[in-house]
Design a protein around this ligand. Structure first.
Ligand SMILES: C[S@@+](CC[C@H](N)C(=O)[O-])C[C@H]1O[C@@H](n2cnc3c(N)ncnc32)[C@H](O)[C@@H]1O
Length: 308
């Protein structure tokens, strides 16, 4: 199903409604409203469902107003970072949803500056009312910030050469537009026949994660959102790359009283179990969904149920 107002195709839609237990009615928090596809599906699946929705993108407010008109008295929107959800006064929730990353609105709107195909200013901010644009970041970030973005967040094996390339090309206008920055990388790392992705893909991903503080927001938000659940409530997280998925998996294990990693030697008697993991393996989209919506291909959904 498309989000109500756009070209964004909501990922794992049916699976999400099931995982949240939304058919039996309750109060839900959608932390990543986007185009409202998941929010609308939750509202449509139970007569009395109420949805609180969050998105840090100021443009999501306009899309949310359509849902406000359609689902009078059952839908509220808040334009904040989900890491700050602790400031919201909410009743105990039956379900919380995070569908991480960016929406097709953001990716497909040249003016938002996410694309490496267009000659538009590199921006990439989800909340474009504040913070550094990607062009500012490329032109002014300290070397260690560039390394963190390209190596750690982009998981780019050629991070050393790419960060040097960025530093060498400052002040030459090559770092300010999507197509010219991507062209700079492509000229230095020509695509091989076996490569399925553009040579700048991982670097772009790393810079986007860095300027939006995506991993930090996720890490801060998970305990806050868990707090907002009532007993029996479910936290459903859809992630799109391994760095996000690892944070989610480790948080879920901690809440379920399990060892977070092989290095975690905390004795069993000191572990407390606050939740049950309902997805020992993540739920992934069917082949049919991936065929009809290639952006869903890397989605992984994990579900945690609060028990105390
Ligand atoms: C993949 S889209 C969600 C699409 C939505 N589920 C739908 O069905 O249309 C992710 C959305 O989450 C928002 N987002 C990402 N990180 C956020 C954060 N830390 N706080 C609030 N919103 C965030 C983005 O601005 C984007 O609109």
């Amino acid at each position: 199903m498309n989000s109500p107002l756009n070209s964004h195709r909501s990922v794992l839609l049916e699976e999400t409604v099931e995982a949240l237990g939304a058919r039996t009615g309750g109060k839900f928090l959608d932390c990543t409203f986007g185009g409202g596809g998941h929010a609308a599906a939750i509202l449509d699946s139970g007569g009395e469902n109420f949805v609180y929705a969050i998105d840090r993108d100021p443009q999501a407010r306009e899309r949310a107003s359509a849902l406000q008109q359609k689902y009078v008295g059952r839908f509220v929107f808040c334009n904040i970072n989900f890491a700050d959800a602790g400031s919201m006064c909410l009743p105990p929730l039956q379900g919380v949803l995070m569908d991480l990353g960016v929406s097709s609105f953001q990716l497909d709107d040249g003016l938002r500056g996410f694309s490496f195909r267009e000659h538009t200013k590199l921006d990439m901010r989800m909340d474009n009312s504040c913070g550094r644009t990607a062009a500012d970041f490329l032109n002014t970030a300290a070397e260690h910030e560039l390394v963190q973005a390209v190596r750690d967040f982009g998981e780019e094996k050629d991070w050393k050469k790419i960060t040097s390339l960025i530093l060498e090309n400052r002040g030459k206008n090559l770092l300010t537009h999507g197509d010219s920055f991507a062209g700079l990388i492509a000229a230095n790392f020509p695509r091989k026949a076996k490569d399925r992705i553009h040579p700048a893909t991982k670097t772009f991903q790393g810079i986007r994660i860095a300027i939006n503080g995506e991993l930090d927001a996720l890490q801060r938000a998970l305990p806050v959102l868990f707090e907002k659940l009532g007993i029996g409530g479910r936290l459903v997280v859809i992630s799109f790359h391994s760095l996000e998925d690892r944070i989610v998996k480790q948080f879920f294990k901690k809440m379920a009283g399990q060892a977070v990693s092989r290095m975690d030697g905390e004795p069993m008697q000191f572990r407390e179990k606050f939740a049950k993991i309902l997805t020992p393996k993540p739920v992934i989209p069917s082949k049919g969904e991936v065929d009809s919506n290639p952006r869903s291909r890397s989605a992984k959904m994990r579900v945690l149920e609060k028990i105390k």
